[in-house]
Ligand binder design. Structure first.
Ligand code: NAP
Ligand code: HSE
Length: 430
């Protein structure tokens, strides 16, 4: 039986949270892989610091190196697994690997969303030589959403909209703020203490991680690549405990969503990342803690949900090992099966929640009403939790259907008022 087993030589680039999980799963499941006709030999492991103590068992016989040339100079390497992160050395490894006609698996959504066209060109050029590219772990960690879309949805169906909680750290924080009424700062500290949020949490809390992920989902499902810098992105760092109190009054939760959808009879694409007011009747609202969810609305299938662990050692490593197996068995789907010529719409319609922190005075509601009227924004409701501190009153209006651009003008104008304490926070309703 072993004679029919193909040995696949692997260079594992990165031996941190995800890399450690890959090593352990391969060790534990090698016998199962053999029944499929594959065995993985982790030949080289690229790290920054070769003397660092690892929190997992290094594969027997693997060479630990900090020199990327050890990978490129070894012709016997079949498959490169990039789990380093970042745009520097990871780019060298992914681009160099594809150019060397090797297959590449990566979890690096930032790298792919930033260099999508170049990666696609390399993949197209070198796929005829047998090199493959897979990135299941880049969106939704362990949730098998990328391959489901590549294989089962795109092509057979016409995807109209994708919305998702794409970042576990921020969903953990938002859930805490909702359930305990704690401040943003307290939720962040807890997420850091538990190892969800990094010491520098910017990529998560400012929505950049979710932005890279929705950019990839948009390229996959709508067939159009919209660069990270062209995607409107609002994070969660301006939210306060008051927003969660108001959300309860509105029978809603606040979730950081990445959304892309077809607009204008399928000729345009709209994409953004923002905290969104989600009614509790919507499935997305009950996705709590570090869990991720992706909702896909398509013409023939209707609505489907992909839910599960969006991060963590083993969930993410499962996606990586799944990609390694499919590539080795020659079964991996085309990375970007669809290309469409859609025009990006930077403005989007919706109903909005606007929180204005004011120093109490008479006539404020009249002025807020006049500012909205000037912009043609119709007020749907006016909400005010009874005042406890006249020097800082969080006061909320919700709007009828309008445009994000009009809401921005309203917010700019409110911010200039003498009683307005800080820039008002505007969130769309789902
Ligand atoms: P991590 O724990 O920080 O590990 C990174 C590894 O890469 C470390 O072993 C580090 O070496 C190595 N490395 C970093 N820069 C390097 C360089 N310039 N040269 C050589 N080696 C370098 O990161 P991670 O959490 O495993 O994440 C890896 C990737 O997976 C990222 O793209 C991340 O976005 C993605 N991802 C992670 C998760 C998750 O739950 N963690 C989920 C989904 C996707 P040293 O150990 O020697 O420092
Ligand atoms: N930092 C990400 C999250 C995991 O919190 O979901 C990596 O994609």
């Amino acid at each position: 039986m072993t004679s029919n087993v193909k040995t696949v030589n692997v260079a594992l680039c990165g031996a941190g949270i995800v890399g450690g999980g890959v090593c352990q799963i391969i060790k534990e499941r090698q016998e199962v892989f053999k029944t499929l006709g594959i065995q993985f030999n982790i030949k080289t492991i690229l790290v920054r610091n070769v003397s660092k103590k690892r929190d997992f068992e290094l594969p027997a016989g693997a060479k630990l190196t900090d020199n990327v040339e050890d990978i490129f100079s070894d012709d016997s390497i079949d498959l490169i697994v990039e789990v380093m992160g970042g745009l520097g050395a990871a780019k060298t490894v992914v681009f160099g690997g594809l150019k060397a006609k090797k297959s590449v698996v990566t979890a690096n959504k930032a790298l792919i969303s930033y260099h999508l066209n170049e990666i696609e060109e390399l993949v197209n050029t070198f796929s005829k030589d047998g090199s493959r590219f897979a990135f299941e772990a880049a969106v939704g960690g362990g949730i098998p959403v990328i391959k489901s879309l590549q294989r089962d949805i795109i092509g057979a169906d016409d995807v109209m909209q994708v919305s998702g909680i794409l970042n576990g750290t921020t969903n953990y924080m938002l859930t805490k703020m909702d359930q305990t009424g704690c401040s943003y700062e307290a939720a962040l500290k807890e997420a850091q203490d538990l190892g969800f949020a990094e010491a520098d949490p910017t990529a998560d809390v400012e929505g950049h991680d979710a932005r890279s992920k929705i950019s990839l989902l948009c390229r996959l499902t709508l067939g159009v690549w919209i660069k990270d810098e062209d995607i409107s992105c609002t994070g969660i760092s301006t939210l306060t405990a008051d927003d969660f109190e108001y959300a309860k009054i509105l029978r809603s939760k606040i979730k950081l969503l990445g959304i892309c959808k077809k607009v204008n009879n399928g000729t345009g694409a709209e994409i953004y990342v923002s905290p969104v007011i989600v009614p509790i009747s919507n499935t997305i609202s009950s996705t709590n803690g570090a869990t991720n969810i992706v909702e896909v609305r398509s013409k023939y299938l209707g609505t489907t949900y992909y839910v599960g662990a969006g991060a963590g050692r083993f969930p993410t490593a499962t996606s990586i090992v799944g990609d390694m197996l499919e590539i080795s068995l020659n079964k991996s789907p085309k990375p970007f099966p669809l290309k469409q010529n859609l025009t990006q719409h930077t403005d989007y319609p919706g109903r909005f929640y606007i929180r204005i922190n004011i120093r109490d005075a008479t006539g404020i509601i009249r002025t807020v009403g006049a500012i909205c009227e000037n912009e043609g924004v119709s007020i749907h409701s006016v909400l005010q939790i009874p005042i406890t501190d006249k020097q800082n009153v969080p006061f909320v209006i919700t709007t009828d259907e309008t445009l994000a651009s009009k809401v921005k003008v309203v917010v700019d104008s409110l911010e200039k008022q003498p009683w307005c304490l800080k820039r008002p926070v505007a969130l769309p309703f789902l």
